[in-house]
Design a protein around this ligand. Structure first.
Ligand SMILES: [Zn+2]
Length: 247
């Protein structure tokens, strides 16, 4: 079963690559089918086996030999690892399906933000829509809780954006609001807190090792996404632990 989850992760990962590459260019993610962006040859099914084709062809196009970015392989492998992680926790259950849908959106948002310093509205709309359908449809979250989470999450980042004068992008604010459709307000605030810690430490290290200067822009979306993933898996445990400790 674990192998099937890994394969599913690689397969979805390869679709996420298409989304990450095409959505910012306003291209359809369905048509045209995958092709080499250099020679234009339509890739055959055997060129598109996730990870395996890449490794067999040593990351090159079979037809014109141009090198494909190892990023494609990275996204596929990361997706597979995260799916396996979700499976480890939820087993074969509805929660697993919900977790991988959530994870897939987080990956799209992360890599587009990393590439373009941009979180696309259309991705956030689909992300929110999926959250409403899944969480409201299965009574996982209460409508008012979702609204409150959205308001608190978006509001907190808006406040930070106003205070820091541009330290936080519009996209980050909308992303936090959209996360309210997926996480309870407690989990969402916890996730944002974690993202500040991760982002802060990472920013500090990058400046310390002179990989970035203090003026460089570091996209914050990936930190929110990473934190949201961790809190989706462990958030309720942390909250229960905290409440027990409190009383
Ligand atoms: Zn080619």
């Amino acid at each position: 079963m674990f192998i099937i989850v890994i394969l599913l992760g690689l397969l979805i990962g390869s679709f996420l690559n298409v989304c990450i590459y095409r959505l910012p260019q306003n291209q359809s993610i369905i048509f045209p089918p995958s092709h080499c962006s250099t020679c234009g040859t339509h890739l055959k099914p055997w060129d598109l086996i996730p990870a395996i084709s890449y490794l067999l062809l040593k990351g090159r196009c079979r037809y014109c030999k141009v090198t494909f970015s190892p990023r494609y392989l990275l996204v596929e492998i990361v997706t597979a690892i995260l799916f396996a992680w979700c499976f480890q926790i939820y087993g074969l259950s509805f929660l697993f399906i919900k977790a991988i849908v959530f994870t897939a959106f987080l990956l799209i948002i992360t890599f587009i933000d990393y590439d373009h310093q941009l979180i696309l509205d259309k991705v956030l709309l689909w992300f929110s829509g999926a959250g409403i359908v899944i969480n409201l449809g299965t009574h996982s979250l209460d409508f008012w809780d979702m609204l409150l989470a959205s308001f608190l999450g978006g509001g907190l980042l808006l406040l930070i954006a106003l205070v820091s004068r541009g330290g936080m992008g519009d996209g980050d604010i909308k992303f936090a609001a959209a996360l309210g459709m997926w996480l309870s307000w407690k989990c969402l605030l916890l996730a944002l807190l974690l993202s500040f810690v991760c982002g802060g430490i990472c920013g500090l290290l990058l400046v310390l090792f002179k990989l970035k200067s203090r003026k460089d822009f570091i996209p914050f979306g990936p930190f929110i996404a990473l934190s949201a993933f961790v809190i989706m898996l462990y958030g309720s445990e942390v909250i229960i632990w905290y409440i027990e400790k409190l009383y």
